[in-house]
Design a protein around this ligand. Structure first.
Ligand code: NAI
Length: 212
């Protein structure tokens, strides 16, 4: 089964199904119907069935899906079972907060290195024990630590430079926090995060409620 063929919104929903299944399994549920899963997550049952059919998982009519089996299948697609080595470039407010966030480690995303160019920051030890590395040692450390993913947490003006560095190293994918559109090969795995979009979505929801 090829990941590339699954649409991005489906992949995002799979992650949400995964989290929900985790809770269902904890509460002892052995099966779940697409209707039930959909109701819990505010997704149409037909959408749930369509999403799950991408990897050949079909619920049994009247019984639904086996929760554990479904969770295993999703975990495999999302690469949740394996561990990923991550580096962060930019040891500022955001980079340091991410590096110190224990939730990522628990989910299998290991922050192996954090880089900066500011001589005042290079060599500084973070709460989690990581030492801020000089960006000039990027390639060497990425190879040594077998880094898979790079997080860009530098100002917008430096983001393209850092992205180029990541693409030309052995890094397999990038998460970009900087508010700039990166010019990188189209097929290179990239996720962009903009927290203000979440705020916008919330303010929209609030306005909708008020206008009802
Ligand atoms: P900050 O100014 O605290 O940290 C930026 C760090 O990057 C500094 O330590 C600086 O020395 C370092 N840096 C600059 N150029 C570099 C380079 N070429 N190589 C390595 N390090 C370099 O900024 P903050 O608040 O941590 O934000 C970082 C980025 O994340 C900004 O682009 C900001 O706009 C963005 N941001 C995005 C959010 C989102 O939701 N997407 C939320 C918060 C911040």
């Amino acid at each position: 089964m090829e990941n590339r063929k699954i649409p991005k919104p489906t992949i995002k929903r799979l992650a949400v199904y995964y989290r929900c299944l985790e809770n269902l399994i904890k509460s002892g549920m052995e099966t779940v119907s697409s209707q039930e899963l959909g109701n819990r997550l505010n997704v149409k049952a037909s959408q749930v069935r369509k999403d799950l059919s991408y990897f050949g998982e079909f619920g049994k009519r009247g019984i639904g899906y086996q929760t554990r089996r479904l969770q295993d299948g999703i975990a495999e697609i999302l690469g949740i079972k394996r561990e990923w080595n991550v580096c962060i470039v930019g040891a500022g407010n955001l980079g340091v907060a991410l590096a110190n966030y224990p939730g990522l480690f628990k989910s299998g995303y290991k922050i192996k290195a954090i880089f900066d160019i500011d001589p005042k920051k290079v060599g500084r030890k973070l709460q989690n024990g990581l030492v801020v590395e000089d960006l000039k040692n990027f390639g060497e450390i990425v190879r040594r630590e077998k880094i898979h993913m790079g997080v860009i947490a530098v100002p917008a003006s430096s983001a393209q430079y850092v992205a180029n560095l990541m693409v030309s190293s052995r890094i397999e994918g990038i998460i970009n926090f900087a508010p700039v559109r990166l010019n990188i090969p189209e097929t290179f795995p990239l996720e962009e995060i903009d927290i203000s979009l979440t705020f916008r979505a919330l303010s929209f929801q609030i306005n909708m409620q008020k206008n009802r």
